[in-house]
Design a protein around this ligand. Structure first.
Ligand SMILES: Cc1cc2nc3c(=O)[nH]c(=O)nc-3n(C[C@H](O)[C@H](O)[C@H](O)COP(=O)(O)OP(=O)(O)OC[C@H]3O[C@@H](n4cnc5c(N)ncnc54)[C@H](O)[C@@H]3O)c2cc1C
Length: 426
């Protein structure tokens, strides 16, 4: 059996580890257009901020492929799939035969069309090579002022890293508030204030319409709402969309992402998709959707990898989660946390604005469906468990908001499950 994986990140690692846990004989190949061995994308901002080096950036040791008997085919872009002939086509005109194929191509950065986007000093921020290009640029030309376009997770992470490098940042967000997808309006306001306290100028409801250069390098940007901003560097951190290009000319079903079932199977026989590129089941919203987070990618990769070698472990579904830190203050949101006054939902809120502390729980039918925590996040794991297992918290609801909330506050049956690993009815 020959398993081919396109993409060399969290999904691929999940798939390889699950596959090798039960099967030593399959031939496994990983095709990746990147040249690096597996690294942790969530740590890229710490790499840019100078807090970690390349060694700490690695997600697995350098002998990962040899230990798992995997053949890496790096710096090779897959360009198409011949699903009838079971071959993966590559940019050099060759093709690779597969018995099982996993598409783990992740996300691709959203680059808005704007004049000057190809100017030197304008960067994306999704790959290790992006960070290394930024570092090389800063070393060659220096940089005191930066513009970051995008106030979502990627834009915030880029901003936090630049602050650590002593660079002044103007963040420009098109939506009326930053982190509009990840956080509710109160948490978003707290994070905006933290950014401003760290010296960041946050402009919302605005965007860049043109990038200007001087001596071939970025020098300033024009804003839609008028005015220009000086900058030595610009990072486009608007976000990513599922990287479905590989299947565009195939008969594989694509909605926003590649549509998959509970085993991560696509609509084509023996072709799987998992991670940021896949549209899989989300158990909180009870529908398929893309959830672009690292643990999700690993978990879905593991389900696909196991299924490729005959182990059927259906995915119970993912839960959306966002974790971000600004100026040392962490914020986490889990599940359907971003609802504002939705009928049929209850909201429990505790806000200490001065100390940047905030907690909001969203309940529906006595079950927790979403949580937002700013400042104090140490209960995030327990809340996530309650969401994931759809536990009836009716009996413990008075304790839910308490600072002492913990295992002892939980329903007996769930506590037993956490302690002994026993299954629970939900
Ligand atoms: C800056 C940044 C910070 C993040 N921080 C967090 C965080 O703190 N927490 C969190 O949970 N998530 C975070 N994420 C999201 C997380 O990194 C992703 O959810 C995760 O990387 C998805 O893994 P994946 O394997 O699906 O795809 P990716 O990690 O996107 O990897 C896809 C791989 O496929 C390769 N590829 C794509 N197309 C082809 C092709 N045609 N041929 C060959 N190779 C191809 C790409 O080069 C890439 O190596 C962050 C993302 C970014 C960009």
């Amino acid at each position: 059996m020959r398993a081919v994986i396109v993409g060399n990140s969290a999904t691929a690692v999940g798939a390889i580890e699950a596959l090798r846990a039960v099967n030593q004989s399959a031939k496994v190949l990983v095709v990746s257009e990147e040249s690096h061995l597996i690294y942790s994308r969530p740590l890229l901002s710490h790499y840019l901020g100078g807090e970690i080096d390349q060694v700490r950036l690695a997600y697995r040791p350098s002998d990962f492929y040899t230990r798992h008997e995997v053949t890496p085919i790096l710096e090779t872009r897959a360009t198409g799939i011949d699903t009838a002939g079971r071959r993966l086509l590559t940019q050099d005109g060759n093709s690779i035969a597969y018995d099982k194929l996993l598409i783990a191509t992740g996300g691709t950065p959203i680059l808005p069309p704007m004049p000057g986007i190809d100017t030197q000093g304008v960067f994306s921020f999704t790959r290790r090579s992006d960070v290394e290009s930024i570092l090389t640029y800063l070393e060659a030309h220096g940089g005191k002022e930066a513009v970051v376009v995008g106030g979502g997770m990627i834009g915030i992470k880029a901003t936090d890293a630049l602050i650590k490098r002593g660079i002044r940042v103007t963040m420009i967000e098109l939506a009326p508030r930053i982190l509009g997808v990840a956080l509710d309006s109160t948490a978003s306001r707290l994070m905006t204030r933290l950014l401003e306290e760290a010296g960041v100028r946050v402009l919302t409801g605005n965007t860049v319409t043109e990038i200007h250069s001087r001596d071939g390098r970025v020098h300033s940007v024009t804003l839609r709402e008028g005015g220009t901003i000086r900058c030595d560097l610009m990072i486009l951190g608007i976000g990513v969309r599922p990287n479905t290009e590989l299947v565009e000319d195939s008969d594989i079903r694509v909605n926003r992402g590649i549509v998959v079932d509970e085993y991560m199977r696509t609509s084509a026989p023996d072709v799987y998709a998992a991670g940021d590129v896949a549209e899989a089941y989300d158990l909180v919203v009870d529908m398929n959707r893309t959830v672009a987070i690292w643990p999700n990618a690993y978990r879905q990769g593991a389900i696909a990898g196991a299924h490729m070698v005959g182990i059927e472990t259906p995915d119970a579904g993912g839960v959306a989660m966002n974790a971000i830190e600004v100026h040392g203050v962490p914020a986490i949101s889990v599940g359907n946390s971003n609802l504002e006054d939705e009928p049929g939902h209850e909201f429990l809120t505790d806000l200490d604005e001065r100390n940047h502390r905030y907690k909001r729980l969203v309940l529906k039918d006595n079950r927790l469906v979403g949580v937002t925590l700013v400042g104090h996040i140490n209960r995030a794991g327990i809340y996530t468990g309650l969401i994931r297992h759809k536990i009836d918290v009716g009996a413990s609801r008075s304790a839910l908001m308490s600072e002492q909330f913990g295992l002892l506050s939980l329903p007996d049956r769930y506590r037993k499950h956490v302690v002994t690993g026993e299954g629970i009815e939900v």
